[in-house]
Design a protein around this ligand. Structure first.
Ligand code: 0GY
Length: 304
């Protein structure tokens, strides 16, 4: 099938730089996607955007270029509840990728076990209105109860302003809960202001809640340009991510978000995104927890 990209769609960076920051051995890119290819794995009818194709082999080439050992591939909304592209990528990863699926309440036990065997370890609940249609909370709770016995967790994606309304639902979930991109704070607000304090309180009061300190390119207003050799690209996001890493060092993950859906201003150089890590996890101990120990505990718990 021939799919036309959404007008203005930015393709992923054609030649990311090799990062200056050398990630620790065994590092996991814990948030990335595959798109299609659409001719093999058609995009979902209910999608809100049509991306460029971004295949498993392109993802694994990026993994190697950036120095990572493994990936966690998160089902993207352009594929709806059809997890075939993501599962195919897991099956061709030689055990070096695990996945997060999107499922409906009607998913069968057989389908869940098939996905588990392929390497899926979580489901994603998306509350970002520009990306998905509404799903009733009772459906999501029913899914969470189904996947909990498999040892899976729930990944949630929402906008900071929606947290108050979603708080009771999130805190009632029976599994580990991983928040995408720190709950999308407005980084023009103070890092100790009410909006981000609310997110910190969520993690403080609920020890099952983790966060990805990812997507500075989505959150930043200052953008990719560093001021001088000392300051990071996306420097306005640094205090937010650093606070989460230092307060909850055992419950943080990091990911590239390749191939970076829905960016209209600029497409990040993935090498620069990796360099960002050293500004938010500033010791080798924190870097190892963020990139190796935490994702391994969540996605490859069977490995010593
Ligand atoms: C991300 C962010 C976005 C999109 C998706 O599944 C998706 O379509 O997650 C976004 O547009 O903010 O994490 O990739």
């Amino acid at each position: 099938m021939d799919f036309q990209k959404t007008p203005g769609w930015l393709d992923f960076h054609p030649a990311p730089s090799v990062p200056r920051f050398v990630v620790p051995a065994g590092a996991v890119d814990a948030h990335c996607h595959v798109f299609g290819p659409g001719a093999q794995f058609p995009y979902a009818a209910e999608r809100k955007y049509t991306p460029c194709d971004a295949s498993k082999l392109q993802l694994y080439a990026l993994r190697d270029r950036l120095g990572f050992a493994r990936n966690v591939i998160v089902q993207a909304t352009c594929h709806g509840n059809d997890n075939r592209a993501m599962v195919d990528a897991l099956r061709h990863s030689e055990g070096r990728a695990r996945g997060v699926a999107t499922v409906k309440r009607t998913v069968t036990d057989h389908e869940l076990h098939y996905m588990h065997e392929a390497g899926v370890r979580g489901v994603r609940f998306n509350f970002v209105k520009r990306l998905v249609d509404f799903t009733p909370k009772e459906d999501l709770l029913s899914i969470a109860e189904r996947i909990a016995p498999l040892g899976w967790h729930v990944v949630i994606y929402f906008e900071a302003d929606d947290l108050p309304e979603l708080w009771d639902f999130f805190t009632a979930l029976p599994t580990v809960v991983v928040v995408d991109h720190m709950g999308r704070p407005d980084v023009s607000l103070p890092v100790d202001g009410p909006q981000f304090e609310r997110f910190v309180r969520l993690m403080t009061e609920h020890a099952n809640i983790w966060s990805k300190v990812s997507c500075p390119e989505r959150l930043s207003i200052t953008g990719p340009k560093a001021l001088d050799g000392e300051q990071a690209a996306y420097r306005d996001v640094v205090p937010f991510a650093r606070r989460i890493v230092e307060t909850f060092p055992d419950r943080v993950l990091w990911g590239t978000d390749w191939p970076h859906p829905n960016l209209s201003d600029h497409m990040p150089d993935d090498g620069l995104l990796v360099d960002f890590i050293s500004h938010v996890a500033t010791t080798t101990e924190l870097q190892k927890k963020l990139l190796v120990d935490n994702p391994m505990r969540l996605y490859w718990p069977e490995e010593p």
